[in-house]
Design a protein around this ligand. Sequence first.
Ligand SMILES: [Fe+2]
Ligand SMILES: [Fe+2]
Length: 464
Amino acid sequence: MISGALALSIVGGIGGTLTFAAGSPDPTVSKLTVTFNGDSTTSKGFTWYTSHDFKGSDVQVVKKTGAKKPDFKKAVKFSGSYSLSTNSLNEYVHKAEATGLKADTEYYFRVGDQSQNKWSEVGTYTTAPKKGAFTFIDLADTQAKTEDEAILSSETISKALETVPDAEFIVHNGDLVDKGVKEEQWDWLLGHSQESLMNTTIAPSAGNHEDENYAFIDHFNLEVPANSETETGAYYSYDYSNAHFVILNSNEDSDAYANFSEEQIQWLKDDVKAAKAADAKWIIVNIHKGPYTTSNHATDSDILGANGVRNKVAPLMAELDIDFVLQGHDHIYARTKPITSDGTASETKKITETKKGQTVEYTVNPDGTIYLIPATAGPKVYYKNQKPQLGPAYYNLFEVADENHAAIYGPDPGDSKRPMRSQIQNFVGITINKDKLTAVTYEIDQNKNNAEPFIVDQFGIIKK
Ligand SMILES: [Fe+2]
Ligand SMILES: [Fe+2]
């Protein structure tokens, strides 16, 4: 579907006049993403790009029934608005929200311009349940420098959705692209991932590679706090069943906090307090430039300086009773023990459970916050940090702090300080069922198992 659409637009681009049968999908709709926006049980946000030929920003949605094809004559229409893309002035960015939806329900949708009957391909999404178990995928740093690398990253996304078929959304821990102001990199990633992204919901976090010129917020329709800055990224939160997710923007800065404004930190405190008052059982925070990782960035001054994330934001995670922090930026896999507000690991009771031959170790009622970095879903990988600042005391905070699995393939021919690019990708399937969180980490090794994902780590948290 995607390659067909790309081929058609290329033919159009060299002077051919293309006509499409009435009602057939218009291939000039691109970079369509579905996001949380408002109450996740009743609403969704949509973003898509078009040429200037489109004059409307319409979404049609219709409940998925037993019928093979959606009947858009029965659809409900929502209209949004469009603006010029900040990266690419010959494109419009359209945004709209569907609201008043039914919880825990699957819908068909398409986006386009109703006045001209120009529509995208048909996608699907599911609204959040009010309660009950759910599963999502976590991944990071798709960050491709070339279109071939973006194809690799897009394959990680589609393999993740195939491997974790009940995943209701994808959390992306940031660095979606390598240079956020280059629109062609979004064309590559979102274009090659279009079929995946039209059939799930993405909760993206802004990485430092998309920290300029509204490049991040242009591509995603997110409900951000009033008056918050969005030029460098965005911070926002959403509820999903019994969990509350907070996505921070680590591209801000202030005297008090490296990588964060004081406004953002105050918002975080208020947001978590409100979520707890509303009885959220789990609180999960996403920080692209996180405090507890094991490669190059773990010794950056914005992480370990006096106002760095490890000294200023990590203690707050424990004080706010954050259960789990998802990180990106450091391109290596690692996960910690529960870390308390004084920066030490707490000893915690553990139990193991074996199901279908797989054993998972659960940390029971942890005192402190557990941090995870799911390595990379794209090409770029880093070696483990060997600097003396990170001695045994630091690495004792971790349950898993291995050398990068890509190291077995030797240094990258283009950069001997890093392992070979594009050999290994990872993603994590995470299920929350009442008081139990179970995480299964998968690896794709391009040289093994037909490049199909296999399990490399499993762990969990139980909160009684
Ligand atoms: Fe990165
Ligand atoms: Fe980064």
